[in-house]
Design a protein. Structure first.
Length: 231
């Protein structure tokens, strides 16, 4: 008879010791999965099917060699399910961040040779955004002048003019004032967005430059035979 591995002998001894509460230990000559679980008294059980008695306890799935190959989860409360879902979500988020970080490092090294190249690209893009902001600012100034002129005009009409013989504001004038006021608000938002975009661009390039320098230092350390720092 073929001798059982030491680990299976130990499993068999444990199962035999628990008389009346445990089934036979995994048979290494069987291809059927065995399920291992612990009851609320701490007693280990084995069975050839997922036991209903396992309740809230997780059941470990063993292969024919007695090696754990999976887990059948026990019952979970809504709070436990929510906590497990949150943990999985956080693990996935951390994984995605790690992947994005590696991709960023690869892109930096593949795209640039020197810090000066990154700075040159930064300045070109910043100039474009700055030019767009100046155009928007100029247009906004013109709209504000137009808005002020229209506000002066409507002062001659009711309800701004309280004179009894003052006419109502002409509809085209009122529409022009409303449209211009809306345009002023829109261009103010556009100008603020351009400023935010420029700040974000500079911050991103500052981060890229700092990381690029770190990566280049790692390359230099490798070339000199030094042990690189862990990031």
């Amino acid at each position: 008879m073929m001798a059982l591995p030491r680990s299976h002998v130990l499993v068999g001894l444990i199962a035999t010791a628990v008389i009346g509460t445990a089934t036979a230990a995994p048979n290494p000559n069987s291809s059927q999965s065995v399920y291992k679980w612990t009851d609320d008294k701490g007693v280990v059980h084995y069975s050839d099917a997922v036991p209903a008695q396992s309740g809230d306890q997780d059941t470990t799935v063993l292969n024919s060699q007695g090696v754990a190959v999976g887990t059948v989860a026990g019952r979970r409360t809504p709070e436990q399910l929510a906590a497990e879902a949150a943990r999985r979500s956080e693990e996935e988020r951390a994984h995605q961040l790690a992947v994005q970080s590696r991709q960023r490092d690869q892109n930096l090294l593949a795209t640039y040779l020197t810090v000066e190249e990154i700075e040159a690209l930064r300045d070109r893009r910043a100039d474009i955004l700055d030019g767009q902001a100046r155009v928007t600012s100029t247009y906004l100034d013109q709209l504000r002048i137009r808005q002020h002129q229209l506000e002066q005009q409507v002062q001659r009409f009711r309800p701004y003019n309280t004179s009894s013989n003052a006419p109502q504001v002409p509809e085209p004038l009122a529409e022009d004032l409303v449209r211009t006021t809306n345009d002023v608000a829109t261009q103010q938002r556009n100008l603020e967005l351009k400023k935010q975009e420029l700040e974000k661009l500079r911050a991103q390039f500052a981060s890229d430059i700092a990381r690029f320098r770190e990566l280049k230092k790692i390359e230099t350390d490798y070339s000199r035979g030094a042990q690189p720092a862990h990031n």
